[in-house]
Design a protein around this ligand. Structure first.
Ligand code: NZQ
Ligand code: ZN
Length: 385
């Protein structure tokens, strides 16, 4: 196992009707800015629950954060923060809203000239407003980590700081019942790929992390399809298992002390930035190709994945690996997400442009071995056609 320091400061309130607890989590003398997206929270009762919980606080609201939050939209929140003396942010929504709130929190107290430098030049965040989160879409783990991804002019860039990790997060599986099938699928697949990015590398004999990861993968494989089937889609126990899996997939726990890959995500970000494809749908396209192209380097873990997650105990090692990759693709197809670039109308002719963007963004040494050069990314993209 590699050395690590693990600290996760987010207090989780999990379960039905927990939204009311935000009243006691946010200091009563705080001036709160409730931040949300395109309005789904107004249709599923979440907005009303939050408003009721904030009855004893001074609060304002800022809405309109779009999926894959845009820098220009987020910067508009700075006016209300300055004018009203906002000193606490409450993000109510999916990963885009929580990520957006993180950037708003960092930009509000940024002392440099241009907050875009936090993303473009990776300027360190030295201070940020405190954040609480009410999660409405289990997927990203953003409710309990310090990561954020922001888009500007087709450039989708991440930043990370422990200072923007939410202080608390409310996870009520009931609020996920209003999700569309597309968003349910996206969430399950995103959480699955987060787990894989921290698991499918090379072995460092980290037994606990491996078994946690395998448990999350198996849970998502079992429960994901049920959340789409008419007979079981309203089942709150299924939603609860998916929601908690998604948080644990990216709250630092399974990634502590193990090598991490993240090439699927970095290549995927270019597909969203340039073509607007949903985050998870870029991952379901890129991951099988990464598995195929990096098969030799990932061999030991691919075999472990085959045997422990897919219970493939028959046949020789090559066959087991082939079958594990096949079953992963079949799982994605079962979740109704694409597994090929051509399914989202991206062709061979687009690959040059994607590789150029990777270069522009410094994504030239990806993967756990830093050996996914631009040429290897090109091979991965060709494999994904
Ligand atoms: O905007 P509203 O109206 O709320 O609608 C949203 C949005 O249209 C809707 N939605 C959310 N909860 C709902 C709901 N609709 C009905 N009922 C509910 N309960 O779903 C749509 C998509 O929301 P979004 O927040 O964009 O989805 P997701 O949670 O998948 O977040 C994706 C973003 O997170 C980033 C992605 O890159 C992308 O920008 N990521 C963040 C990470 C992190 N912070 O650690 C890691 C991830 O790998 C990812 O990169
Ligand atoms: Zn993701």
């Amino acid at each position: 196992m590699l050395n690590f320091s693990f600290y996760n400061p987010t207090k989780i309130h999990f379960g039905e009707d927990q939204i009311q607890l935000i009243a006691s989590e946010i200091p009563t003398d705080a001036t709160v800015l409730m931040i949300y997206g395109g309005g789904s929270i107004k249709h599923n009762g979440v907005y009303d629950q939050v408003v009721n919980a904030l009855a004893g606080h001074t609060w304002f609201e800022f809405s309109g954060i779009e999926p894959n939050p845009k820098y220009d939209t987020l910067m508009k929140a700075q006016d209300i923060i300055q004018q009203q003396g906002v000193d606490y942010l409450l993000a109510v929504g999916g990963g885009s809203v929580v990520d957006g709130a993180k950037f708003i929190a960092a930009a509000a107290l940024y002392e440099g000239e241009d907050p875009w430098d936090i993303l473009a030049k990776q300027h360190p965040v030295k201070q940020a407003l405190p954040i609480g989160a009410v999660l409405t879409l289990p997927a990203t783990g953003s409710e309990s980590n310090g990561n954020s991804v922001v888009t500007r002019d087709g450039n989708k860039l991440p930043f990370s700081s422990p200072l923007v990790c939410p202080q608390f997060a409310v996870l009520d599986p009931k609020v996920t019942l209003s999700l569309s099938d597309r968003q349910i699928s996206n969430g399950v697949v995103d959480a699955f790929v987060h787990t894989i990015e921290q698991y499918l590398t090379y072995s460092v004999n980290a037994k606990v992390q491996d078994r946690f990861a395998e448990g999350l993968l198996q849970t998502l494989i079992e429960e994901g399809p049920k959340a789409l089937q008419p007979a079981t889609k309203e089942d709150l126990a299924i939603r609860a298992n998916i929601m908690w899996s998604a948080t644990l997939a990216l709250n630092g726990l399974i990634g502590a002390g193990v090598p991490q890959d993240w090439s699927t995500h970095m290549i995927g970000h270019e597909l969203t930035g340039r073509f607007g494809i949903d985050h998870a749908r870029t991952l379901s396209i890129v991951l099988p190709a990464v598995m195929k192209v990096k098969r030799n380097e990932k061999r030991e873990k691919l075999l472990q994945f085959a045997e422990r997650v897919w219970h493939l105990n028959e046949g020789n090692e090559e066959l087991k690996i082939d079958k594990a990759i096949e079953l992963t693709e079949a799982f994605f197809q079962n979740m109704n997400v694409p597994t090929r670039l051509t399914e989202v109308d991206i062709t061979k002719d687009d690959i040059d442009g994607i590789v150029e963007k990777l270069e522009q963004h410094g994504m030239t040494q990806l993967g756990e071995n830093k050996d996914i050069t631009l040429e290897v990314s090109r091979t991965i993209l060709e494999q994904a056609l």
